[in-house]
Write a protein that binds this ligand. Structure first.
Ligand SMILES: [Zn+2]
Ligand SMILES: [Zn+2]
Length: 89
């Protein structure tokens, strides 16, 4: 009797859902007026106020506008295993 071997395909389906945005280090040159170069060393934008208010665009750590901070697009990755659930036992 022949033995039938069934290989089940179990390939992950990777989903990228973009659209979460974070803001990294501040790149505002505080010495631009004097021709020099000095950044404030702020590592990450933290909103001073609630979303929808003026404070949401201002950094609580260094006081600069959000646009001075490096924009980071965060991709959320989720795996989905397309395994068939039919019993083979
Ligand atoms: Zn700053
Ligand atoms: Zn900052």
């Amino acid at each position: 009797m022949k033995k039938l071997l069934i290989l089940r395909r179990c390939e992950p389906i990777v989903r990228f859902s973009c659209c979460s945005v974070r803001y990294g280090e501040c790149r505002r040159n505080h010495a631009a007026s004097t021709g020099g170069y000095a950044i404030d060393g702020c590592r990450e934008f933290i909103a001073e106020g609630e979303e929808g208010t003026g404070g949401a665009l201002k950094c609580a750590a260094c006081g600069c506008h959000r646009s001075f901070h490096r924009r980071i697009q965060v991709y959320e990755v989720s795996w989905d295993y397309a395994s068939d659930t039919s019993s083979t036992e």
